[in-house]
Design a protein around this ligand. Structure first.
Ligand code: IMP
Length: 194
């Protein structure tokens, strides 16, 4: 039986990735399908706060089953920054290229390049709230490489690979990424709650 779920994001990259990860039995729609084009607020101090804020925004207005994700790039040598501030690391308005440039500048001359992407997913199903988390560890390289993906993909090499997320095929990113790992848990949960 198919199940309709709203993904509380306007980020088309994320929708594509998650559509490729979830089984075809989940009919994934964005807020636009509900007539919602608002900028969904994310003003929390943690990834969990933000994921919850986004999913509640849609649930409060439309009363539908839905989920949201919030992701941060956590860099060891920067004490976990940019973390929850990843989208606006280089200031407003959010700009992927400026964020990457600021990150590479912040790490100039630093040998510890360890980093991880962490995704927290918040799901509201039948008015109850659940959380799932996915992490992928890796390192930040010195210069951008690759044109795929989005955000910090072109500066992040996952452990076990020598290519960035922007160089690897989308199918590879979608099998090992932070988002894939969080979605896998969401998917297992959905399978147990038909
Ligand atoms: P968001 O708040 O979940 O949209 O994510 C915050 C920021 O993290 C985004 O603006 C991107 O810069 C970055 N980000 C999120 N997911 C990814 C990813 O899969 N690859 C690279 N960067 C990402």
């Amino acid at each position: 039986m198919s199940r309709k779920l709203v993904f509380a994001t306007h980020n088309a990259h994320k929708v594509d990735e998650v559509r490729a990860i979830l089984p075809a039995s989940v009919e994934l729609v964005g807020p636009a399908a509900l007539g919602c084009h608002d900028e969904i607020p994310e003003t929390g101090k943690t990834l969990r706060d933000n994921a919850l804020q986004k999913v509640q925004y849609i649930h409060d207005r439309f009363g539908v089953d839905c989920f949201a994700d919030d992701t941060g790039l956590e860099v060891e040598a920067l004490d976990g920054a940019p973390g929850v501030y990843s989208a606006r690391y280089a200031g407003e308005p959010a700009d992927f290229a400026k964020n990457r440039a600021k990150l590479l500048a912040a790490l100039t001359g630093i040998s510890n390049r360890r980093a991880q992407f962490r995704t927290v997913v918040s799901l509201i199903l039948n008015d109850k709230t659940y959380f799932f988390e996915g992490i992928v560890t890796g390192r930040i390289i010195a210069e951008e490489r690759g044109v795929g993906g989005f955000g910090y993909d072109s500066v992040f090499v996952p452990d076990g690979y020598d290519k960035t997320f922007a160089e690897l095929p989308a199918a590879v990113k979608n099998s090992i990424s932070h988002r894939a790992r969080a979605m896998e848990q969401l998917n297992n949960f959905l399978a147990q709650h038909p």
